[in-house]
Design a protein around this ligand. Sequence first.
Ligand code: ADP
Length: 277
Amino acid sequence: METLLKYLKLQEKAVPIAGGDINQAFRVTDGQQDYFLKYHPQMTADFFQAEVDGLAELAKVVRVPQVHENGSFEDAAYLLMEWIEPGEGDQKDLAKDLGRIHHVKADQFGYAADNFMGLLPQRNTLLDNWWDFYFTNRLEVQIQLANDRNRWTKRREENYQRFKKWVYQQWGDMTVEPTLLHGDFWSGNTFFDTKGQPIFVDPAVSYGHREMDIAMSQLFGGFRQEFIDAYQETFPMRAGWQDRILIYQLYYLLVHLNIFGESYGDAVDRVLALGQV
Ligand code: ADP
C-alpha cells in the first residue's frame, strides 16, 4: 500500500498504456526502476489476486511479468508489476511457448478457484467431462448473464439448445485432455521483450481443451499463419480442429455480447445457427 501511494503520487510521471480495455494501466517510475501499474476503481482485491494466481501458474513454464504488489487502496483494486520493455519477436517462439503451457496437465477440467474473464466471472468448478464443463461452466454462465442483461431472446435459447445437441452428437465421444490454458489468448495479451522472448499477460487460467486458446487467437487477428503452423509442428492438434474453432469462439463472443452489447449479437447468432443442420 505504501508503495502504491508513492506511485500514485508520482502520477504526473505516469504514462497511460493503451491496449488494455478493462483496467487503467500505467507505466510508472520511482526514479530507479519502471513498473507497470493496473488499477480498477470498481473492483475488490480478489479481482487482481485471480490474475496474480494465474500469472504464477503460467510462470512455471513461460515468462510473465514479476508481481511486486497487489491489493486494494480506498475503493480501487491495484496490481503493481515489473515493467517489461516491448520489443520484436518471432511468432514461432510464441507458438512454442503456448505449447509449453498446453503441456501442463491436470486430472479434471476447471481450476482450484473461480476467476474472471475480463470483468466477468469465470466459473471453474471441476468436472470430468469436457463438454459438460464447456456448456455448463463456460457458455451457460455467460448465457445467464446475457439473460439478466436482456440480451438472450427466446429464439437464441432455442437455437442454443439445438446447437448444444448437435455438438454432443458431433464430438461427444472425443477424448480431451485437461491442459493448462492462458484463457484469454488474444494478441493484446502477449508481446515480446527486447530480447525477443514471448511474454504472457492478463490470463484467465483454467484446465480445458487447448483448442480454446487457438480459437481465441483466431478471433480478433494479430496471429499470422506461421503461428498456427509452428503450433501444429510443436504440438499437433486433433484432426478437425478447424471445425471446432467457431464452437469455442462462442464463449468469447458471449463474453463480448455481455460486455459490449448487441454489436456482437450477429456473430453469436451465426455460431448458434451451426446446429440447424
Ligand atoms: P487489461 O487488464 O486492462 O486488459 P493488460 O494486462 O492486458 O491490461 O495490459 C494492457 C497492455 O499493456 C497489454 O496489451 C501489453 O501490451 C501491455 N503490458 C501488459 N503488461 C505489461 C508489463 N508488465 N510491461 C509492459 N507492458 C505491459
